[in-house]
Design a protein. Structure first.
Length: 418
């Protein structure tokens, strides 16, 4: 089984090893791939929520690192490697970033246990941010701030971080934060020996990942977002250089927003709240005016159309000139269909359409629209009394309107004869 150099020293950047096996894998996206096994390695394989390392083995690039079911570490390279001695080099900036995020996760998870007795049920280390799912039904802003504050206090204490070993029983006797999970138990070495990460006077947790040597190397931890995730709460965070980048981006965004609003950054919340209220009021007033306009325009259109003979449905099919939003199309079609016996079909210059019928008019307008779209092209649908969508070409709107009416009338005639 491959010896893991990162278990005892996550700071190993280069190492010597022996290539035991190398064989070709099926090409992926036209690129050659090879699977390489070493007798020892500093490359971390994807596991426990932490992504794999990258780097080089000799002249080959290491693109992926995985762990087999037997516990063997497999390096996926872009070139074959002969059996024998080789030098390996880790992509250090990537490794260092992962070390900061993973140690920050241990600290944050321990803080949630310390403050709220809430265990972490999952961890994900992403490209830009990381997250933990915490066993809490809800998490207030105050609780999130408390967890962030405690985590950073441990970071600023610059406490020692080290790997310790023992059987599952011995680790439990040491006081581990969380029970050994199946993945970690599977990696137990001879005699069932497991690895745990100990943070001085704060946390001890079984883990096979890479970590910093002292908490101060995490730099700082910032919470970014908290959201409900099933029965748990998902807490998104960044550490180290990621936190610095996030803070710089936030500062730039706040500064630009303050410049555009001609205010100080500290005044942004108050001004945005005020403008948001004014915008919502303006939106409500606009919707009210649009509704009134739709009612008036519906009346004009009805006056222009003669009543159909024999009490048949009164079809109003029009292409509207000028710019008309999908929302206004819906309002106008609905205003027309509020009149007894009316079926409306309106098309905007953009190709958007809306259809509506009075509830007393028999038939399924949505089904008729779907059938018509199959012939003329477009997308959309709806229910019995209302349908909407868009045409591939507004030039074919009359054919579309005719097909909708034909399908609708034919279906209505069949029901009447039945």
């Amino acid at each position: 089984m491959t010896s893991r150099l990162y278990y005892d020293d996550s700071f190993v950047r280069e190492f010597s090893a022996t290539v035991l096996r190398c064989h070709a894998l099926p090409a992926e996206k036209g690129s050659a791939r090879f699977q390489v096994t070493l007798e020892q390695t500093a490359f971390y394989p994807t596991s426990g929520g932490q992504p794999h390392d990258t780097g080089t083995l000799g002249d080959a690039n290491v693109m992926d690192v995985v762990e087999s079911d037997a516990g063997e570490i497999l390096h996926i390279t872009d070139a074959p490697l002969p059996a024998g001695p080789i030098r390996g080099a880790i992509d250090w900036p990537r490794r260092w970033d992962h070390m900061q995020q993973h140690t920050g996760q241990h600290l944050l998870s321990a803080a949630f246990v310390e403050l709220f007795g809430a265990q972490t049920v999952s961890f994900h280390l992403g490209r830009e941010t990381s997250s933990i799912d915490v066993a809490l039904p809800e998490l207030t802003a105050s609780q999130g701030s408390d967890a962030e504050r405690l985590t950073n206090s441990i970071i600023f204490d610059n406490r020692a971080v080290k790997a310790v070993y023992g059987t599952e029983a011995q680790l439990h006797a040491m006081g581990i934060r969380k029970a050994v999970n199946a993945e970690i138990a599977r990696r137990a070495g001879p005699g069932g020996v497991l690895r745990a990460i100990e943070i001085e006077n704060f946390d001890r947790q079984p883990c096979g990942g890479t970590h910093v040597a002292r908490t101060g190397q995490v730099g700082v931890l910032l919470l970014r977002k908290v959201e409900k995730q099933k029965q748990n709460m998902r807490v998104e965070f960044v550490c180290g250089e990621r936190a610095a980048r996030a803070a710089r981006a936030d500062f730039h965004t706040l500064g630009e927003a303050a410049r555009l609003l001609s205010c100080a950054p500290a005044e942004l919340a108050e001004i945005v709240a005020k403008q948001s209220g004014e915008r919502n009021q303006s939106r409500r007033e606009l919707q009210d005016l649009q509704h009134r306009l739709a009612v008036l325009q519906a009346g004009e259109l009805l006056e222009q159309e003669g009543a159909p003979p024999g009490g048949a449905p009164r079809w109003i099919a029009r292409r509207l000139e000028g710019e008309n939003s999908a929302a206004y199309l819906r309002m106008l079609a609905t205003a027309l269909a509020a009149h007894a016996g009316v079926v409306s079909l309106l098309v905007a210059e953009s190709g958007a359409f809306a259809c509506a019928k009075h509830s007393a008019v028999p038939g399924d307008l949505g089904a008729a629209v779907r059938r018509a779209l199959q012939a003329v092209g477009g997308k959309g649908g709806g229910a019995r009394d209302f349908a909407q969508g868009s045409l591939e070409s507004v030039a074919g709107w009359q054919e579309f309107a005719g097909r909708v009416r034909t399908v609708f009338d034919d279906a209505s005639s069949l029901r009447a004869r039945g």
